[in-house]
Design a protein around this ligand. Structure first.
Ligand SMILES: Nc1nc2c(c(=O)[nH]1)N[C@H]1C(S)=C(S)[C@@H](COP(=O)(O)OP(=O)(O)OC[C@H]3O[C@@H](n4cnc5c(=O)[nH]c(N)nc54)[C@H](O)[C@@H]3O)O[C@H]1N2
Ligand SMILES: Nc1nc2c(c(=O)[nH]1)N[C@H]1C(S)=C(S)[C@@H](COP(=O)(O)OP(=O)(O)OC[C@H]3O[C@@H](n4cnc5c(=O)[nH]c(N)nc54)[C@H](O)[C@@H]3O)O[C@H]1N2
Ligand code: SF4
Ligand SMILES: [Mo]
Length: 777
C-alpha cells in the first residue's frame, strides 16, 4: 500500500528530531506539524532553560522505560531517556514524538459510513458517540443479556489505570464476556503460580554475576534491549551465553553458542538434561530437601499424601532418621529424596522419583532425534548448566512458551533451576521480565462491582473463531482497547469475519490502526504525555508517575475519561469520575509508596539488587517450590512436567504436514513493539519497512524462491506476504515470520498463525504453526 511512501521522509528528519546537534541548539522547525497546526514555527535557537520537562513511561508491553519530554510553547519538541533512570530507552521510545504528532492520529469520534475495513468514517461529537454507545449497551443487555457484551483489552498500554477501569466498568454494568488468558505469557503464569506462588521473578539485576546463561527461546538483544548491557557485562566477567532457538537470532549473534532446535520440542530437551543431571549426581539434594516439594510422597495411584486431608499444606514426607511418615515442616527431620531411602514395598514414592521417571524416558539419543540437537551438545548443555553455578535461564515471556504445551516448557526451565539449586541466588534463577509488582503490594483502583454476573469467557486465541460461531454465546457489542486484534490475534481472516459480524464494534485507539479500520465507532484516545496516569507495572522495577506534557490533539481523551462519562449515564458515575489522583492513590495503597514521592521521580519499592526467592523462600503457602501440580492433574494432564508432541507440527500432524511442511515461528522486531510503532515515520526511515520471511537455502531452492523475492507463506487459515531472506540462519524445515505488520502495510503474519489455545494456561500457540511458502511469481 502507499501508506508507506506517504510516511517515508528523508533520514535527516530523524537525526534532527533526535537532536544529534544537542538539545540547546535544536530548532523546532525540524519537526513536522501537529495536527491542525498550519504554519511552521520560526527558526530560533533555544536554551535548555526554555523548555519545560515532564516524565512519563513508554507504556506498551516492553520494558516501561522512563522518558523525559521537552516542551516548548506547549509543543513536545523532543523525548529523551530520563537521565537518572536505570535503563536507557531505545529509538522507539525517543520516536514517540512522532506518535504524539502522527498524521494518522484520530482527533474526533468517528462513525463508520462505508463497509467495515474500508476506512470510511464521518466525524461525530462526543455527545453523539456516547449516546450511541449507551443505546447499544442498553439494547444488547435487554435483548441478549450481559453475555452479548465483549471487552477486549491487551498490552497496548499497560499503565495501572486504563485497562483496569475498562474491566471494572463492564463489571458495574452487570458483567460481560471477557477474554481468558493472554496472547503473551499465560503459559508462564500457569507454570509459575502453582510452582512458586507468584508470577514475575525477574533476575535482570544480577545477570552480570552469572557464569552460564541460557537464552531459551528468547532474544533479549532485541526484546529486552534496554538492559542487554547486563548480558554484555556478564560476558566481560567470563560468562558463557548459549541461545536455544530455531533461528540464529540477534542474541545468538552475540552469544558463545547457538543451539538450533525443532520448534515445540524444548521440553524434551529439558527432560533429557534432567536425566543427565540426575544420573550424574549433579543435583543439589540439600536444596531440594529443604526448599522444595521434591520430597513430598506420592501414592501408587498418583496422589500426593497429606497428614490431614482438610489441610492442603500438610504434605507427608518420609523421615530417614525416625523412619516415619511426618509432615514436611516437622522440625529436625531429614526427608527422603530417593526411592532407596524409602521402606521397600512401601507403595509410595517421592515427587523427585516421579520427576526422574519422566526424565528417564528421555535418553540423550531420543532427545537428539526429537529436537535435532546433536548428542554431544545436549550432554554439554546439561553438564555446563549444572556445574557452572550460578547459572541462569532467560525465559522472559519467551517465544518457546507460545507453543501448544508452553506451560510445560516454562515449568521445565524452573525444574532445571530447582534441581540444581540455581535459584534464589545472585546470578541464578529463571528470568521472567517482571517488574515492581513482584516487590510490593498494590491495590485495586475500583472496589469490586456489587453484582457482576459470572459469564463464560472466550480463550483469547479463540476470539475470532468463537465470535464467528456464536460460541459460547452471540456477541453483539465488542469494545476493543489497547489491543490490535487485526494484527495480534491469531487467524486474522477469522478475526476479520468476527469484526464484520458483530453489529456494534467500538475501537478506542489513538491511531487509525488496522483494527480501527473495522470499527463501527472509533473513539480517539490520548497517548502518553497527553494524560496523567500511573505505571505500577509488571515490566519495570520502578513505580512511575506518568505526567501530562501537552494537550491531546482535537477531541482525544484518556480511556478513563470515556468510562467516567459512560458511568454517569448508567448511574454509577461517582465510582468512575473521581480525579485521576484518587485512582493513583488507590493503586498505591499497601505499597508504601506515595504520589508525593512519585512526583519527584520513579520509585523502586525495594533497595538493592532484586534476587527473587532469595535464600530459597518461595511464595507458595508452604514457602517451598512445588513440582507436582494438582491444578494440571485436575485438567487431566500430568501433574509433573512431561513432553507432549505439539499437534500442529511435522510429527504431530503428518497429513497436514504433507500439505504444509514448514514450521513457522514468529519473531519480534527492533522496529516495533507488536503493532505499536509500526507506522512511526522515524522508525520507517531507519528500520526496514517491509516484512521478511527467513527460509533455509534448501527449502528455498525446492520452491524456486530467491533471496530478495516476494514470497507468500500460506496455510488453510490464510496468507502472509513477505520478502524472502534465504539464509542458513534459520533451521531447515523452519521459517521465521515477522510480528506486527499492519493491514495497511500488507498484513500481519497472524493470517497464518495457529488459533488453537495453549491448554494449561489458555495461552497463544502462534509458534506451533505449519505453513508452506511459495514465490510470489
Ligand atoms: N503473529 C504474532 N502475533 C502475536 C505475537 C507474535 O509474536 N506474532 N506476539 C503476541 C504477544 S507476546 C503480545 S504481548 C501481543 C501484543 O499485542 P497487543 O496487546 O495488541 O499490542 P500492540 O499491538 O502493541 O497494541 C495494540 C494497540 O493499543 C493501542 N494503544 C496504545 N495506547 C493506548 C491507550 O492508552 N488506549 C487505548 N485504547 N489503546 C492504546 C495501540 O495504538 C495499538 O493499536 O501480540 C501477540 N500476538
Ligand atoms: N523490540 C521489541 N521488543 C519486545 C517486543 C516487541 O514486539 N518488540 N515485545 C515484548 C513482548 S510483549 C514480549 S512477550 C517479549 C518476547 O520476547 P522474546 O521471547 O525474546 O520474543 P520472540 O521474538 O517472540 O521470540 C524469541 C525467539 O523464540 C524463538 N522461538 C519460537 N518458537 C520457539 C520454540 O518452540 N523453541 C525455541 N527454543 N525457540 C522458539 C523465535 O525464533 C525467536 O527468535 O518481548 C518484549 N519486547
Ligand atoms: S520500546 Fe521498550 S525498550 Fe524502547 S523505550 Fe519503550 S519500553 Fe524502552
Ligand atoms: Mo508479549
Amino acid at each position: 500500500m502507499d501508506e508507506l511512501s506517504l510516511l517515508r521522509l528523508n533520514r535527516r528528519t530523524l537525526l534532527k528530531g533526535l537532536g544529534v546537534v544537542g538539545l540547546a541548539t535544536i530548532s523546532p522547525c525540524a519537526f513536522s506539524l501537529a495536527p491542525g497546526q498550519s504554519t511552521p514555527l520560526p527558526r530560533v535557537r533555544l536554551q535548555l532553560s526554555d523548555y519545560k520537562t515532564f516524565r512519563s513511561t513508554c507504556a506498551m508491553e516492553c520494558l516501561h522505560c522512563n522518558l523525559t519530554a521537552y516542551v516548548h510553547q506547549d509543543k513536545l519538541i523532543k523525548i529523551e531517556a530520563s537521565k537518572d533512570f536505570n535503563v536507557k530507552c531505545c529509538l522507539r521510545g525517543i520516536s514517540r514524538t512522532k506518535w504524539v504528532y502522527h498524521q494518522k492520529r484520530i482527533t474526533t469520534p468517528l462513525l463508520r459510513v462505508g463497509e467495515k475495513g474500508e476506512g470510511k468514517f464521518k466525524p461525530i461529537s462526543w455527545d453523539e458517540a456516547l449516546d450511541l454507545v449507551e443505546k447499544n449497551i442498553r439494547s444488547t443487555i435487554t435483548n441478549h443479556g450481559n453475555e452479548g457484551l465483549l471487552i477486549s483489552m491487551h498490552a497496548g498500554n499497560m499503565d495501572s489505570i486504563k485497562n483496569d477501569m475498562g474491566r471494572a466498568f463492564f463489571d458495574y454494568l452487570g458483567g460481560s464476556t471477557k477474554q481468558a488468558g493472554s496472547l503473551c505469557c499465560s503459559a508462564v503464569t500457569a507454570a509459575m503460580i502453582p510452582m512458586l506462588g507468584l508470577r514475575y521473578a525477574d533476575t535482570r539485576d544480577t545477570i552480570a554475576d552469572s557464569r552460564y546463561i541460557i537464552c531459551w527461546g528468547n532474544n533479549p538483544a532485541v526484546t529486552m534491549h534496554a538492559y542487554y548491557k547486563n548480558y554484555i557485562k556478564a560476558q566481560e566477567n567470563g560468562a558463557r551465553i548459549v541461545v536455544i532457538d530455531p533461528r540464529f537470532s540477534e542474541t545468538a549473534a552475540r552469544a558463545d553458542e547457538w543451539v538450533p532446535i525443532v520448534p515445540g520440542t524444548d521440553t524434551a530437551l529439558a527432560l533429557g538434561m534432567m536425566k543427565i543431571i540426575i544420573e550424574e549426581q549433579r543435583i543439589d539434594a540439600a536444596f531440594l530437601r529443604q526448599h522444595t516439594g521434591a520430597v513430598y510422597l506420592v501414592t501408587a495411584d498418583n496422589q500426593q499424601m497429606r497428614a490431614d486431608p482438610q489441610d492442603a499444606d500438610s504434605y507427608l514426607v518420609f523421615d530417614v532418621i525416625s523412619q516415619k511418615l511426618v509432615r514436611h515442616d516437622s522440625p529436625g527431620i531429614e526427608p527422603a529424596l530417593f526411592q532407596h531411602q524409602l521402606p521397600a514395598n512401601s507403595g509410595f514414592s517421592t515427587v523427585f522419583e516421579q520427576i526422574y521417571q519422566q526424565a528417564a524416558a528421555w535418553p540423550v539419543e531420543r532427545v537428539a532425534t526429537e529436537t535435532d540437537i546433536p548428542v554431544g551438545t545436549i550432554l554439554r548443555l546439561a553438564r555446563d548448566y549444572a556445574s557452572n553455578a550460578p547459572a541462569m535461564i532467560i525465559q522472559n515471556m519467551s517465544g518457546a512458551q507460545r507453543t501448544e504445551f508452553g506451560t510445560y516448557v516454562a515449568a521445565s526451565q524452573f525444574y532445571l533451576a530447582l534441581l540444581t539449586g540455581n535459584i534464589g541466588k545472585r546470578g541464578a534463577g529463571v528470568c521472567d521480565a517482571g517488574g515492581a509488582r513482584q516487590m510490593a503490594k498494590f491495590s485495586p483502583i475500583i472496589p469490586p462491582a456489587p453484582n457482576a454476573k459470572k459469564i463464560t469467557p472466550i480463550p483469547v486465541a479463540k476470539v475470532g473463531d468463537w465470535i464467528v460461531n456464536d460460541k459460547p454465546h452471540p456477541i453483539k457489542l465488542w469494545w476493543i482497547m489497547t489491543m490490535g486484534v487485526m494484527t495480534q490475534l491469531p487467524n486474522t481472516n477469522q478475526v476479520r469475519k468476527a469484526l464484520q459480524k458483530v453489529p456494534f464494534v467500538v475501537v478506542a485507539d489513538n491511531l487509525m490502526s488496522s483494527t480501527a479500520l473495522y470499527a463501527d465507532l472509533v473513539l480517539p484516545v490520548t497517548t502518553i504525555f497527553e494524560d496523567v496516569s500511573l505505571m505500577a507495572g509488571v515490566r519495570s522495577h520502578y513505580v512511575q508517575l506518568m505526567e501530562k506534557a501537552v494537550e491531546p490533539p482535537g477531541e482525544a481523551k484518556p480511556d478513563y475519561w470515556i468510562f467516567a462519562r459512560l458511568a454517569e449515564r448508567f448511574g454509577f458515575g461517582e465510582v468512575f469520575n473521581q480525579p485521576i489522583e484518587h485512582y493513583i492513590n488507590a493503586c498505591l495503597q499497601g505499597s508504601g509508596i506515595t504520589l508525593e514521592q512519585l512526583k519527584k521521580g520513579p520509585v523502586r519499592p525495594v533497595e538493592g539488587d532484586w534476587v527473587p526467592f532469595k535464600d530459597g523462600i518461595f511464595r507458595t503457602s508452604t514457602k517451598k517450590a512445588h513440582f507436582f501440580i494438582e491444578e494440571w492433574q485436575k485438567q487431566n494432564f500430568s501433574p509433573l512436567v512431561t513432553y507432549l508432541q505439539v499437534k500442529e507440527s511435522i510429527k504431530g500432524s503428518p497429513e497436514l504436514a504433507q500439505k504444509y511442511p514448514l514450521m513457522a515461528v514468529q519473531r519480534k522486531l527492533a522496529r516495533s513493539v507488536h503493532s505499536s510503532h509500526g507506522m512511526n515515520e522515524w522508525i520507517l526511515e531507519v528500520q526496514r519497512n517491509q516484512p521478511n520471511v527467513m527460509i533455509h537455502p534448501q527449502d528455498a531452492q525446492q520452491r524456486s524462491i530467491r533471496h530478495g523475492d516476494w514470497a507468500v507463506a500460506f496455510n488453510d487459515r490464510g496468507e502472509h506476504r513477505a520478502i524472502a531472506v534465504v539464509t542458513t540462519q534459520i533451521k531447515q524445515g523452519v521459517v521465521s515470520l515477522d510480528n506486527g505488520w499492519w493491514e495497511q502495510q500488507g498484513g500481519s503474519s497472524s493470517h497464518v498463525t495457529n488459533d488453537q489455545f495453549e491448554i494449561l494456561g489458555t495461552g497463544h500457540c502462534c509458534n506451533s504453526t505449519l505453513v508452506d511458502v511459495r514465490a510470489e511469481g
